[in-house]
Write a protein that binds this ligand. Structure first.
Ligand code: MN3
Length: 197
């Protein structure tokens, strides 16, 4: 397969004031597009042509750094746009909420751990909620990595590269993460991924 850039599932103004049009224009139209174009160029002539995106991400990890970085970021961003929605945050669908309480003790404890993972990811990377061996875990990864490469299934991720928040929050990464959790998360999409994990 080759990589293509999907349209955002909402308008560029839809996530304001928590994520501005300008951030989405740079992040989607320039950064994500660059991963798509670079990924397609690096995919050409490799053993990964014709494979699914997840197979490319997992297969290129540790083997083909250039392809992995771009395919990994393409995978992460495809989901990231769907992990956001206008008037997000709020109630977590029942079954997923139950599992969060079971594995973290409370929803608040999960949110605290998730935000902490994003705050403490040194440099560029992502913070995650993932399913591993039937259990929910919080994780953080550098650059374009995701829990996919450690045999887990990511169900929620937040981009903590500076391009994702610097226009709106400058150096206040904790404020961006709090807004992500409280006002932007599309829990229906997280629950959908959880049900398939
Ligand atoms: Mn990004």
């Amino acid at each position: 397969m080759s990589f293509t850039l999907p349209d955002l599932p909402y308008s560029y103004d839809a996530l304001a004031p928590y994520m501005s049009r300008e951030t989405l224009e740079f992040h989607h139209d320039k950064h994500h597009l660059a991963y798509v174009n670079n990924g397609n160029n690096l995919l050409k002539g490799t053993e990964f042509e014709g494979k699914s995106l997840e197979e490319i991400v997992k297969g290129s990890y540790g083997k083909n750094a250039g392809l992995f970085n771009n395919a990994g970021q393409h995978y992460n961003h495809l989901h990231f746009w769907n992990w956001l929605k206008p008037n997000g945050g709020g109630a977590i669908p029942g079954e997923l909420e139950k599992k969060i309480v079971e594995d973290f003790g409370s929803v608040d404890k999960f949110k605290e751990d998730f935000i902490q993972a994003g705050v403490t990811q040194f440099g560029s990377g992502w913070a995650w909620l993932a399913v591993k061996d039937g259990k929910l875990i919080v994780a953080k990864t550098p650059n374009g990595e995701s829990p996919l490469v450690t045999g887990a299934t990511p169900i929620l991720g937040v981009d903590v590269w500076e391009h994702s928040y610097y226009i709106d929050y400058r150096n206040r990464r904790p404020d961006y993460l709090k807004a992500f959790v409280e006002n932007l998360v599309n829990w229906d999409y997280v629950a959908e991924l959880y049900s398939k994990a």
